[in-house]
Design a protein around this ligand. Structure first.
Ligand code: NAD
Length: 324
């Protein structure tokens, strides 16, 4: 079985591939990774040289390359995306190109070569913001940022290939992930690495925004359950982490790094900042037996320890992207 995994030099996809390759049981898949190695992707996230891994440096919008790779694939897990909301506010072009047109390029090739399941990895952000309760999968999509709008668009295109052409497409919508190997522009690694360097951390607005934090390995567990046990044409919410305001998360990160609140710099709120996300993941639990395994307190402590011990991983990335 040959699995084509896009965007697996990034945070979530690389965790997924490392997990697959660590499983040596008989019949496990050969994995082909297609990744453009944008600022967010690095080969240091992958076990390059592993006998079941082939890495292809390329763009999911490159129709000829995608067609060639799809002709040798049995299944697809599609992580590749422009993923940072702040960057999408500064400029949406790359988001529409990669997230919408890139997804359509992959779907067309999958259709031509009869490849499926095709797991399209999406996000809870497509639902927009809600003050109370939790979204089920059939909740209307009301994305707020160019990032979430491009992901919502790609979800709809992916699902249309099931409805129109019968392609075996499955969509996941997951809450916020934390864990090792996350590019240090996102809140957890940015704050931890700034604090480890004795610097301040920028907290948006009043810090009241609520996110559900899930360990990246639990996200990957859910994605693989959808690939192996999910149903064609279905959407599965993946959540079940820990709901925290950004202020609460900041307090935990300060404590984990032995730092005080005087290290927090309150900065102007993000434009269109969603107040709260929360997915109802009953469907994944009851249909697929999905359940997060990581306890948040120990998962966060291990994550902070990982960044503490892997300066060689994040220092060059931060320097390259001019992040502080
Ligand atoms: P990331 O930014 O860390 O990684 C994205 C990867 O995609 C990088 O390796 C990059 O090089 C690659 N890529 C970008 N454009 C490409 C292109 N045109 N062609 C080929 N490769 C390209 O992102 P992530 O956090 O790992 O997110 C992966 C997926 O999971 C995304 O689709 C995202 O929407 C979804 N997701 C992420 C989270 C989260 O908390 N990180 C939560 C829910 C859903």
């Amino acid at each position: 079985m040959n699995l084509l995994v896009t965007g697996a030099a990034g945070f979530v996809g690389s965790s997924y591939v490392r997990g697959l390759l660590a499983d040596d049981s008989a019949g496990t898949a050969a994995v082909t990774v297609l990744d453009k190695l944008t600022y967010a992707g690095t080969l240091t996230n992958l076990p390059v040289g592993h006998p079941r891994l082939e890495f292809v440096h390329g763009d999911i919008c490159d129709a000829a390359l995608v067609d060639k790779l799809m002709s040798g694939a049995d299944q697809v897990v599609h992580f590749a995306a422009e993923s940072h909301v702040d960057r999408s506010i500064e400029g949406a072009g790359a988001f529409v190109r990669t997230n919408v047109l890139g997804t359509q390029t992959l779907l067309d090739a999958a259709l031509r070569h009869g490849v499926g399941p095709f797991v399209h990895v999406s996000t809870d952000e497509v639902y927009g913001s809600l003050e109370t309760g939790a979204w089920p999968e059939d909740h209307p999509l009301r994305p707020s940022s160019p990032y979430s709008a491009s992901k919502a668009s790609s979800d709809l295109i992916a699902l249309s290939y099931h409805r129109t052409h019968g392609l075996d497409v499955r969509v996941t919508r997951c809450s916020n992930n934390y864990g090792p190997h996350q590019f240090p522009e996102k809140i957890v690694p940015l704050f931890v690495t700034n604090l480890l360097d004795g610097e301040t951390v920028p907290l948006y607005g009043d810090g009241r925004n609520v996110r559900d934090w899930l360990h990246v390995e639990d996200h990957c567990l859910g994605v693989d359950l959808v690939r192996t046990k999910g149903r064609p044409g279905e959407v599965y919410n993946l959540g079940g982490g820990t709901e925290l305001t950004n202020r609460e998360l900041t307090g935990l990160l300060l404590a984990a790094c032995d730092a005080d609140w005087d290290r927090v710099e309150y900065v102007e709120d993000r434009k269109g900042h969603d107040l709260r996300y929360c997915v109802d993941w009953t469907k994944a639990r009851t249909e697929l037996g999905y359940r997060p395994r990581h306890d948040f307190a120990s998962g966060l402590a291990e994550t902070v320890a990982w960044y503490r011990e892997h300066r060689d991983w994040w220092e060059p990335l931060k320097r390259g992207a001019r992040l502080r």
